[in-house]
Design a protein around this ligand. Structure first.
Ligand code: SF4
Length: 594
């Protein structure tokens, strides 16, 4: 079945339907600072941002949106504004009378965090839902009257305790939370709705979004979708994470608006978002550009959970081995170097041949370990004789190579065939990039490889590019992609929010300093979050957290527990590193293995 979103009205820029995928971002200024917010909004719009989101933590901030909107209009900027609301229905109601769209988070709109777990009886649960409906009703009425749109924005990190108690902190919990709010809106005949299912974990974000689309198809709903990976961090790793999550869905026809969240000034998010849309959003005027729920990947697992394609292990490739790299650039011991038409194992220095499909079919003697290069642009459909031969060849690793003229669809055809024939040879994904700028290379390689790895396809990757080592470190890029997909962990990971008007410290500087001090701690997840209101919930599975607690104050966490409260900002980084050193002493000496 195809999924095609309805068109909804958001000021002068409609969303969904046949409209192009819209790009949005969010101000990191204090909402009460009208001029700073206006200036930043203009920089965002000039960069290509279509909707500008601004936080409204309280009623005063919500009221100030009026001034901000007026100033922008005076300067000739009429882009729709979105108010971002957490915990404050009153602020939402004020904002809904001013801006074109409000974003609410069902995890904290009415439900509050509880200190102890409650096991709701069905009656109590239903009473809670009635309470939510009552509290949501005034907002819906204002939205209807003012033609204001609403995003029901579910975050994996901030599900309500009520939902978590019943469904767990899972993609299914996210789905339930969304459906509850949609149904309330529909009960009041309000349908100007956008939905989002965000997580800092790409697998969870993909699973939740697909579950939601499947459910909407079943319920005959057709609301547009906002895509994003929360707390993606900064620099290359932040771009990689965002590109994989958003690009994977866009290239399958899911998604109507996107926000790339980086811990950088918001205008820097826009070129990344544009590159993802340009390369991966389908042409939305044709019917086959819409999401098809019969897609092969969707059937990889019934509940859309991650599962890896079964493959045979040869040397250290395939099976349960971590993903490997083949590279033209000097690399780590456990990986493979391509030089002089041969592939050499770095550790043992043994070299292995690569055959093309024709050479392989002519080959009669049983070689030991060897690679077979399958050019997806020329060798599809795979010949039956070829399939028969590789099926019984347990020493062969396949290299599936895409070039400029081939990509996702060809990989899909290739894996479908292997699956159908029960052919379990390990597969290295290869793609060649020529004449590109570095930013495009990062985005494209992230989506091209990441969208397959994240579905469990591929036992290794080979980014083949004409960039030299001094210009682009292809191995670092490849390891970043593998880490983002959970296919191989090679360094520390950072979960960092993009910051907003609630952030009261220089989060970009703090993140940079923390990264420099901890990047060698392989496998650790360290969160750097702007505020104590949303930060602790959103940092989900981080090992350590550095969270803004008030002006100039930071609170440190270890595994969700507060360890030190309200430390002076100047001392907080040092304290965090001390805390990690004390707890991870083995890791500091060695590099913690996970
Ligand atoms: S966690 Fe960061 S982006 Fe989210 S509300 Fe707090 S400061 Fe803003």
């Amino acid at each position: 079945m195809l999924y095609k979103a309805r068109e909804i009205e958001i000021g002068n820029i409609p969303l969904g339907g046949n409209n192009p995928v819209r790009i949005q971002s969010m101000c990191s200024t204090n909402t009460m600072d009208t001029f700073a917010t206006v200036d930043q909004s203009i920089r965002m719009v000039e960069a290509g941002c279509e909707y500008v989101r601004i936080t409204a933590p309280g009623v005063k901030d919500a009221e100030n949106l009026y001034k901000i909107k007026n100033e922008l209009h005076k300067k000739g900027y009429n882009n729709p504004l979105i108010a971002d609301i957490h915990f404050n229905p009153k602020a939402a109601e004020v904002a809904a009378g001013i801006v074109e769209k409000v974003r609410i988070n069902p995890g904290n709109y009415v439900d509050k965090r509880q200190t102890k777990a409650i096991n709701y009886s069905q009656k109590e649960y239903d009473q809670e839902l009635e309470r939510i409906e009552e509290r949501l009703f005034p907002l819906i009425e204002i939205c209807k009257k003012k033609s204001t749109a609403m995003r029901i924005g579910i975050n994996h990190g901030s599900l309500s305790d009520r939902i978590i108690n019943r469904y767990g902190n899972t993609a299914n919990g996210m789905l339930e939370s969304a459906i509850e709010f949609i149904k309330i809106c529909e009960n009041f005949n309000y349908r100007n709705i956008v939905l989002s299912m965000k997580s800092s974990n790409i697998r969870v974000m993909l699973q939740a979004t697909r579950l939601l689309v499947k459910k909407m198809i079943e319920l005959r709903m057709d609301y547009p979708l906002h895509l994003g990976v929360t707390e993606a961090g900064s620099g290359e790793d932040g771009r990689i994470k965002s590109a994989i999550g958003i690009g994977s869905l866009l290239q399958q026809g899911i998604g109507d608006t996107i926000r790339v969240s980086l811990t950088e000034d918001p205008e820097f998010e826009i070129p990344v978002a544009k590159a993802i849309v340009k390369n991966y959003a389908l042409n939305r005027t044709s019917n086959n550009s819409y999401y098809n729920s019969n897609n092969f990947f969707e059937h990889n697992s019934e509940n859309y959970e991650y599962s890896k394609r079964k493959s045979i292990s040869v040397r250290n490739i395939g099976g349960s081995n971590k993903a490997v790299l083949i590279s033209n650039q000097k690399l780590l011991d456990e990986d493979y170097l391509f030089k002089n038409k041969k592939i050499t194992e770095n550790e043992t220095k043994s070299s292995f041949p690569i055959f093309n499909t024709k050479e392989y079919l002519q080959k009669t003697n049983k070689a030991e370990f060897h690679f077979i290069n399958i050019n997806l642009n020329q060798d599809l459909p795979l010949e039956e004789s070829f399939i028969e031969k590789i099926k019984s060849d347990e020493t062969a690793v396949l290299i599936a190579e895409a070039n400029k003229n081939s990509g996702f669809e060809d990989f899909k055809t290739f894996f479908e065939k292997l699956n159908k024939e029960n052919c379990q040879n390990a597969v290295i994904l290869k793609k060649t990039y020529k004449n590109q700028n570095i930013n495009e290379l990062v985005i494209q390689s992230s989506v091209d490889f990441g969208s397959l790895l994240i579905e469990g396809f591929g036992d290794g990757i080979w980014i083949n590019s004409d960039f030299d080592e001094k210009t682009v470190n292809l191995n670092q890029l490849a390891l970043g992609i593998l880490q983002a997909c959970g296919s191989r962990i090679s360094k520390a990971e950072y979960i960092a929010c993009p910051s907003c008007g609630r952030t009261l410290f220089d989060i970009q500087k703090a993140l940079e300093k923390i990264q420099n001090a901890t990047k060698h701690l392989k496998g650790l997840k360290i969160a750097v979050m702007g505020c104590i209101v949303n930060g602790p919930g959103e940092m989900a599975d981080a090992d350590y957290g550095y969270v803004g607690a008030g002006p100039g104050k930071i609170t440190l966490y270890k595994n969700k527990q507060i360890i030190k409260k309200n430390i002076e900002q100047e001392k907080a980084i040092e304290e965090l590193i001390k805390l990690i050193e004390e707890s991870e002493i083995e890791g500091i000496k060695g590099i913690r293995e996970i």
